[in-house]
Design a protein around this ligand. Structure first.
Ligand code: CP
Length: 324
């Protein structure tokens, strides 16, 4: 595997889920696979789970790990071509990438959407420069439009906790005080639709339609309470306007969040479900996305979901090492 952005990069998801359980039963089973191999994890943005779980996954496989925080201690990197670099960015990505690649065997990238230029973000411009100029396998640790390590962990979690063969899974928009990217909901929708046995319903206010390349085949329900009826899993997330139906508002919040608090997932919402489990990728802002009682309640899966990030990353790094 030379690049990991999408579910299809992993191939058969049933096989990948079986591999996840194999690794969960013995996470050091492949500890020799990464001997004398180095993973470089490049963070353009903050992280808790991705940073720790991906490092742990690489260590499970016997790899050396280098973590670079581009905006804390490294030279600030210019990502555009054709600019006069007389600002605060001292180095261009096109020199930095091959230099970084010379020290490692595999590169993970976290680089969020700028939310200013939809074409630039949806072309995965920064990630693809690493693919093009590093000569090394590259994997996404949340890029402009996708977060596949999260979505794979979410799928593992749903498989582990489902009580019916084909669960109803609801991806619901929820209010937030800042403009957030669409990477998590994009990947969640894509992976649920690629999964062998999931019924996906997506609910959000009008204007927040996700890119159809990630949602084709899903049921879209604008009435959130109707969407929740009989759901087995509720996956809450905020995202800014994806610019599909309202291109001029790409990356914006379409309403004052104070006016959208009826979309917050609370006990009243959860009562509509089929004893539904609550999921969120974390970090989560309580009181906006979800109430304290729901996230702390017995049906909350946020902690096992985060723990499964180590498993999803171990499977993905194992596949990459096997392809070196
Ligand atoms: N869910 C997730 O990716 O968490 P971090 O942003 O903390 O890595």
């Amino acid at each position: 595997m030379k690049s990991f952005l999408y579910a299809r990069d992993l191939g058969d998801l049933k096989q990948a889920l079986a591999e996840a359980q194999e690794i969960k039963a013995d996470r050091y089973k492949y500890a020799e696979l990464g001997r004398n191999k180095t993973a470089l994890l490049v963070f353009f943005n903050n992280s808790l789970r991705t940073r720790l779980s991906t490092q742990k996954a690489a260590q499970n496989l016997g790899m050396n790990v280098i973590v670079l925080d581009v905006n804390a201690g490294a030279w600030k990197l210019e990502t555009e071509r054709g600019v006069i670099m007389d600002g605060d960015k001292s180095e261009h990505l096109l020199e930095a990438i091959p230099v970084m690649a010379s020290y490692c065997d595999v590169i993970g990238i976290r680089s969020f959407a700028g939310l200013k230029d939809r074409d630039y973000d949806y072309a995965e411009t920064v990630y693809n420069q690493f693919v093009k100029h590093s000569g090394k396998p590259v994997f996404a640790m949340e890029t402009a439009t996708v977060h596949p390590l999260q979505a794979f962990a979410d799928l593992i979690t749903i498989e582990e906790h489902k009580t019916v063969k084909r669960p109803k899974v609801v991806l619901t928009w929820a209010p937030h005080c800042r403009c957030l990217p669409q990477a998590v909901p994009d990947s969640f929708a894509e992976w649920m639709l690629a999964a062998p046995d999931v019924d996906l319903v997506i609910t959000h206010p009008e204007g927040y339609e996700l890119d159809p390349k990630f949602t084709e085949g899903a049921t879209i329900e604008y009435d959130q309470r109707k969407a929740f009826e009989g759901a087995d899993f509720i996956y809450a997330k905020n995202w800014s306007c994806p610019g599909v139906t309202l291109p001029e508002h790409y990356g914006e919040m379409l309403h004052d969040y104070h006016d959208m608090m009826h979309w917050t997932v609370d006990a009243d919402h959860m009562a509509l479900t089929n004893d539904g489990k609550f999921m969120h990728c974390l970090p989560v802002r309580r009181g906006l996305i979800v109430t304290d009682d729901v996230i702390e309640g017995p049906n909350s899966l946020v902690i096992p979901e985060a723990a499964n990030r180590e498993i999803s990353a171990t499977v993905v790094l194992k596949r990459i090492l096997e392809s070196l």
